[in-house]
Design a protein around this ligand. Structure first.
Ligand code: SAM
Ligand code: SF4
Ligand code: SF4
Length: 340
C-alpha cells in the first residue's frame, strides 16, 4: 500500500532521531546555554522503533536515516541497524553523524548492515571548529571520516553548513578534501530551523554565491541531472569531482518532499517546520496493532499539505523561527530533537 499527500507526494523517506542529546554545540543548531531534554522513560526502545518502522514500510517507506541529536551517543546503535537491515523493503539505511565517535563505531555499524555514512564537516580548521561547536574535537572528526572511508561503504557524503563570516572561505579546500577521500561534499545553506536562534538572512550564503566561489577557483562546473527526490543539486568540475549544494533556505524543495521524521520519544513530524507532531508512542505503548498504526499514518499523510520552507521564504521580515523561551517550553521544536 502506498499513500500520497494533498500535493501528490508519496511517503518514502523516514528520518529516525534516536536521541536528542548531542556532544557538540554547533552555533547554527544549539547555541544556547541550557536545554530541556526529553525524559528518559519516553525514549522509544529499539524494538519500539522497529515496530513503528514496519508500519511506515507498509505505506511505502524504503529509506531510513538515523540522526539526532548525535545518533552515535545512543548506546549500542549497531543493534538498531541490525533490526533495520533485516527488513528487505528498506533499500537504504544511512546515518547522519557529527563524526566525533565514529572512529570507534564505523566498522561495527557497517558490519550491522548500514549502507552509507553522511558526516557533518563544516571546517578544516581546528580553531574554527572550536568556535563553531564549543568543543575541541576536530581531530576526532577527522579520525571518524578516515574510519568511514576505511569501511569501504559507497556513497560517503560530507555535509557542510555554510555561514557567512565563519566558513564561506573554505569551500574550495573542502571540495579538495572530499575529493581526496572519494567522498562528495554538499554545501547547505544556513536554515532558520527551530534551534537556530542566532539565524539571520545576512549570514546565509546563497547558492549562486557558493557556486561562484568554487568556479572562480576551480573552473566551470557542469550541472548534473538531479534525482527528483534528493534535495542537493549537483555539479561536476572538469577533473570529474562532483559536489552538491542544498539551497534549502533560498530555493526550497518542498514540492518533491517525501520525508517524515520520528523523534526519539515517538512524535511523528510531517515537516521539519511543523509546529507540532503526532504522538505515536501513546498508541504503540497502549498496544495498537500494526494495522491500527498504519491507519494513523495513512490518515495523517493523506491530508498533509506541509511546505514549511516555502512558506518561510514568503515571509517579508524573516527572523529565527522560535525564540529560546518557546524552545524551552516545547523541545520538540528543536532541530536536535527533530533530527536534521
Ligand atoms: N548531530 C548529527 C550531525 O550534526 O551530523 C546529526 C543531527 S544534525 C541536526 C543533522 C544535520 O542538520 C547536520 O548536518 C547539521 O549540519 C544540520 N543542521 C543543523 N542546524 C542547521 C541549520 N540551522 N541550518 C542548516 N543545517 C543545519
Ligand atoms: Fe551540531 Fe548535529 Fe549536535 Fe546539532 S545535533 S549541535 S548539528 S552536532
Ligand atoms: Fe519537506 Fe517541510 Fe522541508 Fe519543505 S520544509 S522540504 S515540506 S520537510
Amino acid at each position: 500500500m502506498t499513500v500520497s499527500d494533498l500535493f501528490g507526494r508519496p511517503l518514502g523517506n523516514l528520518r529516525l532521531s534516536v536521541t536528542d542529546r548531542c556532544n557538540l554545540r554547533c552555533s547554527y543548531c544549539m547555541p544556547e546555554q541550557e536545554y530541556r531534554w526529553l525524559p528518559q522513560p519516553d525514549m522509544l526502545s529499539f524494538e519500539e522503533i522497529s515496530n513503528l518502522v514496519d508500519a511506515f514500510v507498509e505505506l511505502g517507506v524504503t529509506r531510513v536515516r538515523l540522526t539526532g541529536g548525535e545518533p552515535l551517543l545512543r548506546r549500542d546503535l549497531a543493534r538498531l541497524v541490525e533490526l533495520l537491515s533485516a527488513k528487505p523493503a528498506l533499500r537504504d539505511i544511512a546515518i547522519t553523524t557529527n563524526g566525533v565517535l565514529l572512529a570507534e563505531q564505523a566498522a561495527g555499524l557497517a558490519r550491522a548492515g548500514l549502507r552509507r555514512f553522511t558526516i557533518s564537516l563544516d571546517t578544516l580548521r581546528p580553531r574554527v571548529f572550536r568556535e563553531l561547536t564549543g568543543r575541541d574535537d576536530h581531530a576526532r572528526v577527522m579520525a571518524g571520516i578516515d574510519a568511514a572511508v576505511a569501511t569501504g561503504l559507497p556513497d560517503l557524503k560530507l555535509d557542510c553548513v555554510v555561514m557567512r563570516g565563519t566558513n564561506e572561505g573554505e569551500l574550495v579546500d573542502l571540495v579538495a578534501f572530499a575529493r581526496e577521500r572519494r567522498a562528495e561534499i554538499r554545501f547547505i545553506e544556513y536554515m532558520d530551523v527551530g534551534g537556530a536562534t542566532r539565524w539571520s538572512m545576512e549570514r546565509v550564503v546563497p547558492r549562486p554565491e557558493m557556486l561562484e566561489r568554487i568556479e572562480h577557483a576551480l573552473g566551470p562546473a557542469e550541472a548534473l541531472p538531479s534525482d527528483d527526490r534528493a534535495p542537493a543539486e549537483r555539479w561536476r568540475l572538469a577533473d570529474g569531482t562532483s559536489f552538491g549544494i542544498i539551497a534549502s533556505t533560498t530555493a526550497p524543495f518542498c514540492a518533491s518532499c517525501d520525508r517524515a521524521r520520528l523523534t526519539a520519544d515517538g512524535q511523528w513530524l510531517t515537516c521539519l517546520y511543523a509546529s507540532r507532531g503526532i504522538d505515536l508512542r501513546g498508541p504503540l505503548r497502549a498496544g495498537a496493532t500494526r494495522a491500527e498504526l498504519v491507519e494513523v499514518l495513512r490518515a495523517r499523510w493523506s491530508v498533509r499539505d506541509d511546505r514549511g520552507a516555502e512558506l518561510r521564504l514568503a515571509e517579508v521580515a524573516r527572523t529565527a523561527l522560535a525564540a529560546p523561551a518557546e524552545l524551552h517550553a516545547d523541545p520538540h521544536l528543536e532541530m536536535h530533537t527533530r533530527g536534521g
